[in-house]
Write a protein that binds this ligand. Sequence first.
Ligand SMILES: [Cu+2]
Length: 118
Amino acid sequence: MKRTKISSLATEAFLLAIMTIVISSCSSSTNATTPPNTVTMSGSQFHPKTLTITKGTEVTWLNDDGVTHTSTSDKGIWDTKDIEAGKSKKIPFNTVGTFTYVCIYHSNMGMVGTIIVQ
Ligand SMILES: [Cu+2]
């Protein structure tokens, strides 16, 4: 009887551990901790690929990858130049419009994005 109680406690502890892992992995996959107006660079892709902001706000590009990336307007409007792993750069957007951009190193891998300013 005593043995049964111990094993059920162990089972509860195990289930609690699993639930904690599931909950924490869910919150990271939904980017709950990502600040607004931020484009994360990971897996040599921009996340989100299209970001809509209001005129007058800054967009932060955050490099969450192991390699250097850039955010470079394909019309020459802005260029963050190199953003090293773990670093970030901000660009202000004061003009309404749709702006496409690339990472100069990985555009051939589909590392392209769009900022829509309203
Ligand atoms: Cu890149």
